[in-house]
Write a protein of this length. Structure first.
Lengths: 109, 114
C-alpha cells in the first residue's frame, strides 16, 4: 500500500536550534517525494522536491531509499519557520499526491 | 500565486442539504484535484480530473461527486451533507503528469455541517 507517515503531530523548538521533521513512506517503485508548507492563513505551497536536491529557506531533505525516509532538516530554526509541514508522495501518472498527517513546527523565541 | 480561487471561502449548512464548492483556475492546467484536510489525517484526495469531462475517484470519494464541463472550473458537490463532511476543502491544479511537477493549491473552503 502507498502511504506516507509523519510520526510527530507537533514539534516545538527554540530559535536557533536544529530541526528535523520526520517522514517515512511506503511505495512500490521509484518514489517522488515533496515537502509542502502551510503558513498561518496561507495556502499550501511547495517547499522542496527530492529530485531537485535543493535547499529552500535553509531546509534540505534527502531521500533514503534504504530507510524509506525523506526527513526535512534545518540546522538553525527561525521563528518564521513556524507552520504546518506536509510530506507528500506522488502516486501514478496523474499527479495525485498522498499526504502524511502533517507536523506543526513551533519555533519559540 | 497561481491563479486558482475557491468559492465560497466559508459555508455553514444543515445536514441533508446539497452543497457545491467551486474551484476556478486561470492557468489552463490540465489536472485538477479536490482534497479535504482533517486533523490527524493530513490531506486526502476526494476526486480528481485529468481533462474536461474526465474525472476519477480518490481515496475518500463516498458522498461526493464532481463535474468539469470546462478547463477552468472543477465543482465538488456534496449530495446530502453530513456532519462527517465538516472539513476544510482544498482544490489543487497541476500542469503535467510528468515527474517533478508542482501542484498549486487554492486558499481552501471551510465547510461546517450542523
Amino acid at each position: 500500500a502507498q502511504r506516507v507517515t509523519q510520526p510527530e503531530k507537533l514539534l516545538s523548538v527554540f530559535k536557533g536550534a536544529p530541526v528535523e521533521l520526520k517522514c517515512n513512506y511506503s511505495y512500490s517503485g521509484s518514489p517522488e517525494l515533496f515537502w509542502y508548507v502551510q503558513y498561518s492563513r496561507q495556502r499550501l505551497q511547495l517547499l522542496l522536491r527530492h529530485i531537485s536536491r535543493e535547499s529552500i529557506k535553509g531546509f534540505t531533505a534527502d531521500l533514503n531509499k534504504g530507510e524509506t525516509s525523506f526527513h526535512l532538516k534545518k540546522p538553525f530554526a527561525q521563528e518564521e519557520d513556524s507552520a504546518m509541514y506536509y510530506c507528500a508522495l506522488r502516486s501514478g501518472n496523474t499527479g495525485k499526491l498522498i499526504f502524511g498527517q502533517g507536523t506543526t513546527l513551533q519555533v519559540k523565541p | 500565486d497561481a491563479g486558482i480561487t475557491q468559492s465560497p471561502r466559508h459555508k455553514v449548512t444543515e445536514t441533508g442539504t446539497p452543497v457545491t464548492l467551486r474551484c476556478h483556475q486561470t492557468e489552463n492546467h490540465r489536472y485538477m484535484y479536490w482534497y479535504r484536510q482533517d486533523p490527524g489525517h493530513g490531506l486526502r484526495l476526494i476526486h480528481y480530473s485529468y481533462g474536461v469531462k474526465d474525472t476519477d475517484k480518490g481515496e475518500v470519494s463516498d458522498g461526493y461527486s464532481v463535474s468539469r464541463s470546462k478547463t477552468e472550473d472543477f465543482l465538488l458537490t456534496l449530495e446530502s451533507a453530513t456532519s462527517s463532511q465538516t472539513s476544510v476543502y482544498f482544490c489543487a491544479i497541476s500542469n503535467s503528469h510528468l515527474s517533478n511537477t508542482e501542484a498549486f493549491f487554492g486558499q481552501g473552503t471551510r465547510l461546517t455541517v450542523v
